[in-house]
Ligand binder design. Structure first.
Ligand SMILES: Nc1ncnc2c1ncn2[C@@H]1O[C@H](COP(=O)(O)OP(=O)(O)OP(=O)(O)O)[C@@H](O)[C@H]1O
Ligand SMILES: [Mg+2]
Length: 508
């Protein structure tokens, strides 16, 4: 079978980083080829070269056997190569349809925009994705998951022969992932070649035909997925064996309550939510996308106002109105949307880590202590294995997973009593994932009270002392963590709609 795309001896250097060292990759029509490797291994860089975003420093690339050098995304699109980026690149203030067909909007006579055709064409693509969304919806109003689906629709609108998906499922829930996999199946049957990047290892077995592994910018191997156990793939990725440390869940029911949330409500998003969080406890929040978990976190952190309810820290009522007052009350929040809330991507790793703790790093006379900032940053870079040439590297130049580690470092440094982690391991590789679990467990053991919101059920179950489950804004139950709870029990609560509401809808 001839390859659609073939890459040989690809080289890429950035200042201080040899990102790709003679890497090879090929793609056949109708296959899903997974590209695997740890954070910073070079996956996104290789795909940016394939899709014309970066120029290669060396090596060759062929499409249908002909040598090519796409000198920009348009040139790659003309070759039939489309990419869905790891970091979303939509225009927030445009509608979904305007984003999907950006630069190619249907026009009437005299060049006037044909809104009707624009929306109809987009609706068609949404339908093929089984996505229920009004094409006129503003992107800004959509969750990350739904923005991801708009991004996918945009890539499909070019009718690509090659579709690169760089962590498409990082923000999707199980139902949405199943929809995406159906789309991938259809594309495969149409002969589209798909490059698939994901840190969710179980997905690889489900959809990949072949797997190529990179490590530290070097090509390691290409294997048939069906013949290769996951443990072997992981071992090739990290270059050593990863042992999954089983958690010790200590008894926490005796410790003092750190955070009390009473009757929290906001519009239809959060309905009368109450719970306690003890010192030393990790409370997991499970639920489907849109269940209201992030909304609860944002209200506690003062990022959104509440209509009703109160919040108590150490038994004292606190009046949290802004993230600033929340931080002062000892609450930290690691947002699910790191690009907008977590990071100043144009600033250095050092500055980002220090950002939430400037008061602590400032001397009594108000001078920032650069030396302490540097030492602290270097310590976290080491502790979390953040891959960067130095602590003065701009964060936007780090790989996706390493950016996430910087946000984590920032909140670890802040030393909050109550920490809320929203999707903390999104885009984080297997090895680093267990390191982050260990870190969270450490923090809990030190007496911090921790909330972990995660759409990966095994993660919630692995980490939590108790699991709070939400459905459509309500807290439908709190289950014990560990082996006492099954995924089915969680899913049952996650889909337990309000009987009153269900009844009302039936009558319509
Ligand atoms: N524009 C850039 N400037 C400088 N360094 C860069 C740039 N883009 C990537 N790098 C560096 O190149 C290396 C490879 O990054 P890349 O984004 O390809 O990793 P990745 O395998 O996609 O990782 P992840 O799983 O975290 O997304 C990293 O060390 C990264 O910091
Ligand atoms: Mg990447």
């Amino acid at each position: 079978m001839t390859n659609i795309v073939e890459m040989r001896g690809i080289e890429k250097r950035f200042p201080g980083v040899h990102a790709l060292k003679s890497v090879q990759f090929d793609l056949r029509p109708g296959e899903v080829h997974a590209l695997m490797g740890e954070n910073g291994a070079g996956k996104s860089t290789l795909m940016k070269i394939m899709s014309g975003i970066y120029a290669r420093d060396g090596g060759e690339m062929f499409v249908d056997g002909n040598p090519v050098t796409p000198d920009g995304p348009r040139a790659a699109q003309d070759l039939g190569i489309g990419i869905i980026h790891q970091e979303l690149s939509l225009m927030n203030d445009l509608t979904a349809a305007q984003n999907v067909l950006i630069g190619r909007e249907p026009r009437r006579a005299f060049g006037r925009l044909d809104e009707t055709a624009l929306n109809a064409k987009t609706a068609e693509i949404f339908a093929s994705l089984n996505l229920k969304m009004d094409p006129r919806t503003l992107v800004r109003t959509q969750t990350i998951a739904r923005q991801q689906l708009i991004e996918i629709a945009k890539a499909l609108s070019y009718d690509p022969r090659v579709l690169i998906m760089d962590e498409p499922t990082a923000a999707l829930n199980d139902t949405e992932i199943n929809e995406l996999f159906k789309v991938i199946e259809t594309l495969k049957n149409d002969g589209v070649g798909i490059v698939y990047i994901s840190h969710r290892m179980n997905e690889i077995k489900r959809i990949a035909d072949r797997v190529t592994i990179l490590r530290d910018g070097a090509y390691i191997d290409t294997l048939e997925s069906a013949e290769t156990p996951l443990s072997q793939i992981i071992q090739l990725m990290v270059g050593r064996e990863v042992t999954q440390n089983t958690p010790v869940i200590p008894e926490i029911s005796q410790s003092a309550v750190a955070l009390e949330v009473r009757n929290l409500s906001r519009g239809k998003d959060v309905l009368d939510v109450s719970f306690d969080l003890r010192k030393g406890e990790i409370l997991g929040f499970a639920g489907l996308m849109g269940a209201g978990r992030t909304e609860v976190a944002r209200i506690i952190f003062g990022a959104d106002p509440r209509d009703a309810g109160e919040i108590l820290i150490d038994g004292q009522k606190v009046n949290i109105r802004t993230p600033h007052t929340a931080v002062e009350a000892g609450i930290g929040y690691l947002s699910e949307d790191r690009k907008h809330f977590g990071l100043a991507v144009d600033m250095t790793v050092r500055a980002n880590i220090a950002m939430a703790s400037l008061d602590k790093l400032t001397s009594r006379v108000g001078v920032l202590n650069e030396a302490t900032m540097k030492d602290t940053a270097v310590k976290f870079i080491d502790q979390l294995g953040i891959r960067t040439p130095s602590d003065m590297q701009e964060v936007r130049l780090l790989s996706g997973g390493n950016q996430q580690k910087v946000v984590i470092a920032k909140w670890l440094l802040r030393d909050c009593d109550v920490l809320i982690f929203d999707e903390p391991t999104r885009g984080i590789d297997v090895g680093a994932k267990s390191e982050i679990y260990a870190l969270l467990e450490d923090l809990a053991a030190q007496g911090r009270a921790i909330i972990v919101i995660s759409s990966e059920l095994p993660e919630v179950m692995r980490l939590s002392h108790r699991i709070a489950v939400m459905c459509e804004g309500r807290l439908t139950g709190i289950l014990p963590g560990g082996e006492n709870t099954t995924q089915e029990q969680i899913m049952e609560l996650a889909t337990q709609r309000d009987p009153a509401l269900v009844g009302a809808e039936d009558q319509k």
